[in-house]
Design a protein around this ligand. Structure first.
Ligand SMILES: Cc1cc2nc3c(=O)[nH]c(=O)nc-3n(C[C@H](O)[C@H](O)[C@H](O)COP(=O)(O)OP(=O)(O)OC[C@H]3O[C@@H](n4cnc5c(N)ncnc54)[C@H](O)[C@@H]3O)c2cc1C
Ligand code: SF4
Length: 503
């Protein structure tokens, strides 16, 4: 069992938790004594320790992450939900490492949505640090496919402005295995395990794995709550842990669910007694809503299948100067796929000789897609009183822009010589069950306590000694994937937290 009294307890060792632990342990001190801080980093999933060796892998992790099968338990997901990992390193161990650092519109949308002062200028150092630590750089020319280059020429010729995508990797051999929720056994993909966890450990942070935080202990003092500790369970027994400050970094679902289980949230919550009410917990969840993409079959292979094409080009299409309704197109032509994905490709003949021929001749290399993602959609998800994630709001702009994006993609694919292009007649529908990716905002930061959960310093509006810092604090989804923007924001958050609480 862990010790039971800490200056700081951080819940969740995914993307944000380890960055906070490392930076606060390195630079922060106890505000009264000036002593080194006693910090616990608590994670529900397992920890496989080892020296970071990007490009080689550390022995234990290499053993654990080799020859994993799709959907295998060892991918450490919460209830087989691909959007949430449960392991020290969290989603940073199974993300795609596609790096889209924040775009100008993203900063503006954060400020516009809830008034936070997360400006480009304020985040400059955080972005620079993540670019350096995660080795963010454009995908190299040698993994480019002829199909992607053709896309670049056609789209540029039509007046668009395609750009080379960036990735967050070190010594990557582009084998393509991690083009799925599986870990890189060589540890080339940037993760907090090879970047910030070693710094945290070197600076005395205690990593407590296989421990589920059931509840934050919140006392009521007048109208306000005061957090004083955690109820943890591990190996079938539970214990209490005291902490002067608690930072919740459990991800866009884990964080609001923990707050609600602890009696902090909307009044209606599974009959739980709510001690401190805030109707915004578990609401306003923004993300990239799933809409149908457009793909095509080509006469000739669009790639040689030698190196996995993981990153190609992207292009942005705006209809308004402020970026609302923005579309981000990702080009993927001639990409090699895992055998299971190649066999189930929508162009693969269903069965028998033709199917065998398709696999033998690597038919999947003749396919390509141009997927418009609604990077600034109009709806929002929310967690209902039964704990279900539902999508609601006005989706008219999302549907209209998805249709427009599909039409643009169709035109480009046609000009590239694509055949059997996905029909534009496929309806774009959004329902309460519509899924999506890169969800943020379930405990969003903002100026006004009536519409947000934490302030721009990541401190709870309603509960003293409690902070939330992870994807759930971000008020609007970013243009591209959220991992690197969130990591940059966390570096910035660590600076603020040290200044206000640990100096
Ligand atoms: C399959 C996939 C691919 C992605 N690809 C990309 C990409 O290519 N580029 C990009 O920029 N972004 C990508 N992302 C997004 C990015 O990974 C996320 O934005 C980011 O990981 C979220 O970080 P987080 O700290 O909020 O949560 P997580 O990394 O999920 O960390 C939360 C951690 O908290 C733990 N936890 C939760 N509740 C508790 C509890 N009660 N007690 C103890 N521990 C708890 C969890 O086990 C988990 O380890 C991808 C995400 C997924 C899922
Ligand atoms: S492509 Fe993925 S699995 Fe292969 S070395 Fe690079 S990061 Fe690792």
């Amino acid at each position: 069992m862990a010790e039971t009294k800490y200056d700081l307890a951080i819940v969740g060792a995914g993307f944000s938790g380890p960055i906070l632990a490392a930076k606060i342990a390195e630079k922060g001190v106890h505000p009264q004594t000036g002593d080194r801080l006693k910090i616990a980093l608590i994670e529900a999933g397992p920890y496989f320790p080892g020296e970071p060796r990007p490009g080689y892998g550390s022995p234990l992790r290499r053993q654990m992450f080799t020859n994993l099968e799709d959907n295998y338990d060892g991918t450490y997901l919460w209830d087989n939900d691909r959007s949430r990992a449960k392991i020290v390193g969290g989603s940073s161990l199974h993300w795609g490492a596609q790096a889209f650092l924040p775009f100008e519109a993203d900063y503006l949308h954060w400020q516009k949505e809830t008034g936070v002062d997360w400006t480009q200028e304020n985040l400059r150092e955080g972005v620079a640090e993540i670019r350096r630590e995660f080795n963010v750089h454009p995908f190299p020319g040698e993994i480019d496919t002829p199909g992607n280059q053709l896309f670049y020429e056609v789209a540029s010729g039509m007046g668009y402005d395609p750009k080379r995508q960036e990735g967050a990797r070190r010594n990557c051999i582009y084998c393509g295995f991690c083009n799925s929720p599986m870990m890189c056994k060589y540890e080339s993909r940037a993760s907090t395990v090879v970047t910030y966890i070693p710094v945290a450990e070197k600076n005395g942070v205690e990593i407590i794995p296989d421990t589920h935080v059931e509840k934050i202990l919140i006392d009521l003092q007048g109208e306000r709550g005061v957090a004083r500790g955690l109820v943890c369970s591990s190996g079938g027994s539970s214990y209490e842990l005291e902490a002067d400050k608690i930072i919740v970094s459990g991800g866009f679902m884990g964080s609001p669910l923990l707050l609600m289980r602890s009696g902090y949230g909307p009044r209606e919550w599974r009959g739980n007694p709510i001690i401190v009410e805030n109707p915004n917990v578990g609401q306003h969840i923004d993300g990239h809503a799933r809409t149908p993409g457009v793909s095509a079959l080509f006469d000739e292979p669009m790639g040689d299948g030698d190196l996995a094409n993981i990153g190609g080009y992207y292009m942005i299409h705006d209809e308004q100067a402020d970026g609302e309704g923005r579309l981000l197109f990702r080009a993927g032509f001639g990409s090699m796929r895992l055998p299971s994905q190649a066999a189930l490709n929508s162009y693969a003949p269903w069965y028998g000789r033709e199917h065998k021929k398709w696999i033998k001749e690597k038919g999947v290399l003749r396919t390509g897609s141009l997927s418009p993602s609604n990077s600034k959609p109009s709806g929002r998800w929310y967690i209902d009183p039964d704990g279900q994630l539902l999508y609601g709001g006005d989706h008219s702009r999302t549907i209209r822009r998805a249709k427009e994006g599909r039409a643009i993609a169709y035109e480009i694919l046609e000009k590239m010589g694509g055949k059997q292009i996905s029909s534009l007649d496929t309806p774009v529908t959004i329902t309460p069950r519509t899924g999506g990716s890169h969800k943020v905002g379930s405990c969003r930061a903002g100026e006004d306590p009536r519409t947000s959960v934490v302030n721009q310093y990541f401190e709870s509006h309603d509960v003293d000694n409690l902070l939330v810092c992870d994807g759930s604090a971000i008020p609007r989804v970013t243009t591209g994937n959220t991992g690197t923007p969130q990591a940059s924001l966390t570096v910035f958050a660590a600076g603020r937290i040290i200044k206000r609480h640990f100096s």
